[in-house]
Design a protein around this ligand. Structure first.
Ligand code: DX5
Ligand code: ZN
Length: 219
C-alpha cells in the first residue's frame, strides 16, 4: 500500500501561508480544514482562502469540510480546483448525490466520520467515494490527543474496502505524530493528516519525511 502524507495547515503561521506550505514540498497534499462554527465549535476559513492556496500552486489541496449543509457547499470546493473534497457523513443529506456531484466537478471524493459515527451504515457507499476519513479526534481543533479507541474502526473500514475489492484510501486525522502513526498504519490507514506534529517541528520537511518512513514501515 502506498503512503500519502497530507499536513494540515490549520495551525501553521497563517499570515505567511505561502512560505509555510513551501516548507513541506515533500508532502503529497496540503490538508485545508474548513470550519463553520456550527458543525464544529470553531471557525477557520472558507472558499476564498482555499482558492488562494490553490492559486499558489505549491501542493494539491485536500479540503476537509467541517461544515453543515455539505450538500449545498461542498461542490464549489471541487469547482475551484481542490484535488480532493471531503465532506462529513453527518452533514450530508444525500451523500451519494453529493459524491457524484463532486466527481462531476472533477475532484476526488472523501467522506469523513466523527469518532462516534459507525462505519457500518456507510459500507454500501464505499464504491461512490475515493477516501474514507476516520477522525481520530473530535473535529474542531488541532493539537488534541490521538484516540486509540478508533483503531478498530480503522481496521473494520480497511477490511470492508478489501472485501469489496475497492481502491478506497483510508485517511486518519487528529493526533497523528511519530508516536501514533505506526498504530494507525498497522490498523489499515494509508493517508495521514498531521498538523501540529509537522508545523511545530523544528524542521517541517524533515518531519514529513520521518512520518512517511514510519508509516511505510508499518503499512
Ligand atoms: C481537526 C482537523 C485536523 C487538525 C489536525 O478537526 O480536522 O486536520 O488540524 O491537527 P493535529 O494533527 O494537531 O491533531
Ligand atoms: Zn482535518
Amino acid at each position: 500500500m502506498g503512503v500519502t502524507i497530507s499536513p494540515s495547515i490549520l495551525n501553521c503561521d497563517i499570515a505567511n501561508l505561502a512560505s509555510e506550505i513551501k516548507k513541506i514540498t515533500n508532502a503529497d497534499y496540503a490538508h485545508v480544514d474548513v470550519m463553520d462554527n456550527h458543525f464544529v465549535p470553531n471557525l477557520s476559513w472558507g472558499l476564498p482562502v482555499v482558492e488562494a492556496v490553490i492559486r499558489q500552486n505549491i501542493l494539491p489541496v485536500d479540503a476537509h469540510l467541517m461544515i453543515e449543509d455539505a450538500d449545498r457547499w461542498a461542490p464549489a470546493y471541487a469547482e475551484v480546483g481542490c484535488d480532493s473534497v471531503t465532506f462529513h457523513a453527518e452533514a450530508a443529506v444525500a451523500p451519494i448525490r453529493l459524491a457524484r456531484e463532486i466527481h462531476r466537478q472533477g475532484a476526488k471524493v472523501g467522506m469523513a466520520l466523527r469518532p462516534a459515527t459507525d462505519i457500518t451504515p456507510y459500507i454500501e457507499l464505499l464504491p461512490e467515494i475515493d477516501m474514507l476519513l476516520v477522525m481520530t479526534v473530535e473535529p474542531g481543533f488541532g493539537g488534541q490527543s490521538f484516540l486509540e479507541s478508533m483503531l478498530p474502526k480503522i481496521r473494520r473500514t480497511r477490511d470492508a474496502i478489501s472485501a469489496a475489492n475497492l481502491q478506497v484510501t483510508v485517511q486518519v486525522d487528529g493526533g497523528i505524530s511519530r508516536d501514533t502513526i505506526a498504530l494507525a498504519a498497522e490498523a489499515g490507514a494509508d493517508v495521514f493528516v498531521a498538523g501540529s506534529a509537522v508545523f511545530k517541528a523544528e524542521d517541517a520537511y524533515n518531519e514529513v519525511e520521518a512520518l512517511r518512513q514510519l508509516a511505510k514501515a508499518h503499512c
